[in-house]
Design a protein. Sequence first.
Length: 331
Amino acid sequence: MATIGYAAALEQLHPRDAVGLAQTAERHGLTGVMATDVMQPWVPAQGQASFVWNVLTAVAERTQGDIGPGVAVPTFRWHPAVLAQASATLAAMYPGRHWLGVGSGEAINEHAVGRYWPEAPERINRMFEAIDIITKVFSNSLAGKDYKHSGEFFRMESTRLWTMPETPPEILVATAGPVTARRAGRLANGLITMGGPSEKVARLFDRFAVGARDAGKDPAMMPKVIRLHLSWARTQGEAMRNAVTEWPNGAMKFSKADLRSPFEVAQIAKLIRPEDFSGAMVVSADPADHLREIQRYVDLGASRIYLHNVGRNQDEFLRVFGSDVLPKVVH
């Protein structure tokens, strides 16, 4: 069965609110929390950017479901060894609940460390080298051995993690590209994508499965995760206002990975119109519209879906979806 969880957008939520909403989500039937790892919001109006590992720990202490960052970037702000330690510690504290979502990064979060910002192919290669380091640090640490690495992008002196869970966290790769999805199938434990047209998602899942089989793994046993942005409110007008004012980045039909400042994004956002959200995310006051979108991803084979309502009406959203949407999803 597919599970449906809560996506806590730390771009918008004060960390105390994020923790409280994770508890509310669980009371209304959502299972698990994906929290964003951000250094800045997309636009100043979103207003927050708390430290994801603090928030995940507090969420884990107060809930029972799965927890993970959606997604951390083990290449710029985080050296892979540091991210491995953070992930292993959380998994040791909350056994069987933590997964590690990783991605190739966006400048708005990663450029804060003042390094050169490379093109997408290099960022992806950095990510997979980092995954190799994290995987081997986990396995060697469990075996009681040090590990060292000298590669194209990273160096790590001999070390191990002294605090480890009995089973390493799953590593899930976030991508919207079929080539990267196939590499993820070979080299990681699962896939995360933001979704999109059915043909695109089906192709990503297929490429991921091909990569998994290339490595002798069973793709049916590997998580395929959707982070689903949506805008629901009591009226259509309010749902659209929330989308335009709170999450205009969701309607920008180009790669945002090279944008560096929330104020820069806000200038671009002035060009966003309501019609730009068509095909980008469901903006609707009718829960049935959102049910159809969720069901579409379940039917495509998603194993986990995390819902992000872009408005500030989080409590009402969780209550309505818990009663009128989740019970109607056909697994």
